[in-house]
Write a new protein. Structure first.
Length: 95
């Protein structure tokens, strides 16, 4: 009997939005991404955010839907590219 292998995916997004305290958001993003075992690159500045993140589908979903950091709110009205599906306005749509 073999265990089912986890599915992995990559998400990419950027959004021009004013970020009041990019250092605080960067630290919080780092903690969240580390806690979910996500890998990648996230650039945060006062002008916005740009990220390429990889992880299991389960953990990517947990990241996208994270309310504590307002990730879903931050990704509102953003077309977020994924290696497995289309993500729009903080919602997850299978493709």
């Amino acid at each position: 009997m073999s265990a089912e292998q986890p599915q992995f995916e990559i998400i990419l997004f950027y959004k021009y939005v004013h970020i009041e305290n990019p250092t605080a958001l960067m630290r919080a993003q780092k903690r969240l991404q580390d806690s979910l075992g996500l890998k990648g690159r996230t650039l945060i500045a006062t002008e916005g955010i740009n990220a390429t993140i990889e992880g299991t589908t389960e953990n990517i979903n947990a990241y996208i839907l994270n309310e504590a950091l307002g990730v879903a709110r931050l990704l509102q009205n953003v077309l977020c590219g994924s290696s497995r599906r289309l993500l729009r306005s903080g919602s997850v749509h299978a493709t």
